[in-house]
Write a protein that binds this ligand. Structure first.
Ligand SMILES: Nc1nc2c(ncn2[C@@H]2O[C@H](COP(=O)(O)OP(=O)(O)OP(=O)(O)O)[C@@H](O)[C@H]2O)c(=O)[nH]1
Ligand SMILES: [Mg+2]
Length: 443
């Protein structure tokens, strides 16, 4: 899935990179092409409109054209909106603690993948969360539906409750009782599908939900049905109160309309995707990963993101000035350490500072050491952080005690801090030994 839209978007961006300058016209025509690509992928029209509106507003004007890398910046804007329409962040399945029975109900049209997903979900929850799962066969209409669930249960190695094989509501009630008596912690209800939404079917699932009070009602949607999946999901939601979506057949060559429409139309998260027919073919849905897959430009996006989020030009310049004037304080140092967790490495941060790029030696960062350094600075008062010279005898002892380290550790931190401060200053002023800034010692 998503190959088509992915290719269209990548082509649009590639085309942009062939241009010598990126101006408003290039961007406008790229947005127009994106609009067509989304429509071709069968994305819901209102979703497309909101997409185009956002990207236009964000990218027309000075901001993009004047940025360091207009094309990359533009890609990032598109990426952000993609992530948003896919659901912003991953939403977990929410169940009760294992000492109380949780109920998951699967609903959806015929052939959407409910029974297969029931097995996958059982397998997933058993393996991932060590849950004790009972599957209940509440589809009594289609011939062989019960046998199919029994087979699925065998493969996932979980028990299947079939009851009288006649009355879905009765089966569900009995399954609940059986699950409680036998200390199962999760009951998954496989329900019947129909070719179209009809009143009888809706009444039945509604009644099932009423009787079992599910913790999760997952609407199982077939990606192949495109944006129609979103409309059907909405109908189900009106009757049932859907809590999330399993998007099946993500491995198919569907165009992407379902994935890109359903969250916005329904305002309910996609929780899982089905990626094969096999029992382990269920994956947790991560909007940002899918967006990167669509754009095929994860690297660019994360780079722009880092540069933007962590250190914009202004901040980098401020830092440079501080270093130059020896005003770089322990508090700044602490901020750097905190940033490091976000950026992954001090090298990345420092490279944002003009003149620093490529002038640092190998940096080996020891996580534990960083945590200790942070603890030490956090034990200092604000005044001490601003002026390290205050830190003498009793203060030193108090700080060491607060951070659970020795006085020697505090001394080392202060020594390294001063040394590094001087080194950074030298590098910026062009006096430093190039490639020899031993930041590793500092951290
Ligand atoms: N490739 C692929 N096939 C899937 C996936 N999920 C389900 N299928 C296939 O889709 C078909 C229908 O799946 P079922 O699980 O029987 O669907 P259902 O919703 O229970 O169908 P009814 O009980 O008839 O309503 C089967 O052939 C499954 O193997 C998936 O994620 N990927
Ligand atoms: Mg079924």
């Amino acid at each position: 899935m998503l190959d088509g839209i992915s290719k269209s978007l990548t082509d649009i961006f590639r085309n942009m990179s062939g241009k010598s300058v990126i101006n408003e016209n290039n961007i406008k025509s790229a947005i127009q092409e994106i609009r067509i690509a989304l429509l071709e992928a069968d994305v819901n029209i209102s979703v497309v409109r909101s997409f185009v509106k956002f990207v236009t507003e964000e990218s027309i004007g000075e901001k993009v054209i004047r940025s360091v890398n207009p094309r990359e910046y533009f890609i990032k804007i598109v990426n952000d909106k993609l992530v948003e329409i896919l659901g912003s962040k991953n939403q977990d399945i929410i169940l009760k603690p294992k000492d109380t029975l949780s109920v998951i109900m699967l609903a959806g049209l015929q052939g959407s993948g409910k029974t297969t997903s029931a097995g996958k979900l059982a397998y997933y929850l058993k393996k991932k969360e060590e849950r004790k799962i009972l599957l209940a066969a509440c589809d009594v209409y289609r011939p062989a539906a019960i046998d199919q669930l029994i087979r699925v249960g065998e493969i996932a190695d979980v028990e299947v409750f079939t009851g009288d094989k006649k009355d879905p509501i009765k089966i569900a009630k009995e399954a609940l009782k059986y699950a409680r008596e036998n200390k199962f912690d999760t009951l998954i209800l496989d329900t019947a599908g129909r070719l179209h939404i009809d009143v009888d079917m809706m009444n039945e699932v509604q009644k099932l939900a009423k009787e079992t009070k599910p913790d999760e009602v997952l609407f199982v949607a077939d990606s192949m049905t495109g944006q129609t999946a979103a409309d059907i999901a909405k109908e189900f939601d009106n009757y049932l109160g859907v809590s999330g979506i399993i998007l099946t057949k993500f491995d198919s060559d569907a165009r992407g309309g379902a994935a890109l429409s359903i969250k916005s139309v329904l305002n309910k998260p996609i929780k899982f995707i089905g990626v094969s027919e096999k029992v382990d073919g269920l994956e947790v849905f991560y909007p940002d990963r899918i967006a990167s897959r669509i754009l095929g430009m994860g690297d660019i996006v994360s780079l722009v993101e880092k540069a933007e989020e962590i250190y914009d030009q202004e901040e980098a310049e401020k830092l440079e000035k501080k270093i130059r004037k020896s005003e770089f304080t322990l508090q700044d140092f602490l901020d750097q350490l905190n940033q490091m967790n976000k950026m992954g490495s001090i090298e990345n941060i420092l490279e944002m500072i003009p003149g620093m790029k490529g002038r640092m030696g190998d940096i080996n960062i020891d996580e534990k050491k960083i945590a200790r350094q942070k603890a030490i600075i956090q034990s200092m008062t604000m005044r001490e952080r601003e002026d390290f010279r205050l830190i003498m005898g009793p203060r030193k002892r108090r700080i060491a005690k607060g951070a659970g380290v020795t006085i020697l550790d505090v001394d080392n931190l202060l020594k390294n801090f001063q040394k590094s401060r001087q080194m950074m200053k030298n590098v910026i002023k062009g006096k430093g030994k190039y490639g020899n800034l031993d930041m590793g010692k500092m951290f």
